[in-house]
Design a protein around this ligand. Structure first.
Ligand code: SF4
Length: 356
């Protein structure tokens, strides 16, 4: 699966000053959404809040030139126009030399047009993230998004034409989705080629339509293991295509843990996916070296030393030693060493001993 070109992908640290504009512009409630839980916040910010947050952050952050003011919450360009401009004006005063590098917003694809993009450009917005969630019309309908795949494609095209950084947010495992649809979504994202993506496996939250469907037995989730496989493939393919993956998994949150009914929440979800990628690459490297993966008939045990980038050692061993245990069950005792010359996810077999 993961045998592509060698590449180095250590991302430069980028920060956001996050300001949540929860639900203000939402035309209705999408089936999975509870922004109050996700953000742990139900206050609506105004200009004075933006100034207070930005002034404080400017005192505390050492590298504001690598930091954007981010208006998150899902539907920034759908809020009343005067309110949107009030927030942008307040934020714009904190851009420039010695201050922050730009403004990032997230919004719905059906609230993007030339006029709003001109306004965003005027106030110093540099990055626009589109909440796509899925690129399948059946799934978008079933989850009550109120827009189509074509709206996403058109919004992405316009955003690129206006020279903004384009981000796409995906939700994996939504109602009426399946593995094939998710893989098709991945291919469509690769075709759009945004600058960034966020991969959010679904978390079913209390008070949502998805929670009702789940409790009624109408929403059957695919297994966590399959979702990790899927998200690790997405993570790998996007990074390999030069698309920066800003998030893989919902951020660790006491509010999400409190209100979660079902779904794929894990505080270290990205690490689980990175470990899975390396596990795949280990399996491939073992096969190439003639080391059988399946429990072998002679009952032989192999002791294999493999090298990975030093920054990938713990991912190679796996969360709670999951990869070590996986290979042990298959007759292989692994030892992992670091080698600076290796790129992210790369694995080389260095020593093999057969124990009879
Ligand atoms: S997903 Fe976005 S548009 Fe839908 S309810 Fe949530 S914030 Fe609003």
């Amino acid at each position: 699966m993961l045998q592509r070109k060698r590449y180095r992908l250590w991302a430069m640290k980028h920060n956001n000053i996050s300001i949540f504009v929860t639900h203000v512009g939402c035309p209705h409630m999408c089936a999975f959404c509870n922004q109050h839980t996700i953000t742990g916040n139900s206050q609506i910010p105004h200009a004075q809040d933006v100034r207070r947050i930005c002034s404080k952050a400017l005192e505390q952050i050492k590298d504001p030139e690598n930091t954007e003011i981010a208006f998150f919450g899902g539907s920034f360009t759908a809020v009343p126009r005067e309110y949107m401009i009030e927030l942008l004006e307040a934020a714009n005063a904190y851009l420039g030399e010695g201050k922050f590098s730009g403004i990032r917003i997230s919004t719905r694809p059906d609230y993007i047009d030339d006029e709003v993009l001109d306004i965003l450009k005027r106030y110093g917005v540099t990055s626009i993230e589109i909440g796509a969630q899925s690129l399948n019309d059946k799934v978008l309908d079933a989850n009550e998004r109120g827009h189509s795949t074509l709206d996403i494609v058109n919004a992405c095209k316009l955003i690129k034409e206006h020279n903004f950084e384009l981000g796409l947010q995906l939700m994996v495992g939504l109602y009426r989705s399946d593995m094939d649809i998710e893989l098709e979504n991945m291919e469509k994202v690769l075709e759009i080629k945004p600058d960034t993506v966020r991969i959010y496996p679904v978390v079913v939250l209390k008070g949502t339509k998805l929670a009702q469907l789940f409790k009624a037995g109408k929403y059957h989730l695919i297994s966590m293991d399959d979702v990790i496989d899927l998200c690790s493939k997405m993570l790998y393919e996007f990074e390999n295509a030069g698309i920066k993956v800003l998030k893989c998994g919902l951020h660790a949150s006491e509010f999400v843990e409190r209100d979660m009914v079902a779904g794929y929440y894990h505080p270290a979800f990205r690490e689980l996916c990175e470990s899975r990628i390396i596990r795949e690459n280990m399996s491939n490297a073992f096969r190439k070296s003639g080391i059988p993966i399946a429990e072998n008939a002679q009952g032989q045990r192999y002791h294999v030393t493999c090298a990975v980038s030093p920054r990938c050692i713990s991912a190679a061993i796996g969360h709670k030693k999951a990869n070590s245990e996986h290979f042990l069950k298959n007759g292989i005792n692994i030892k992992v060493v670091g080698d600076e010359k290796l790129s992210k996810y790369e694995v080389e077999v260095r020593d093999v001993r057969v124990c009879i």
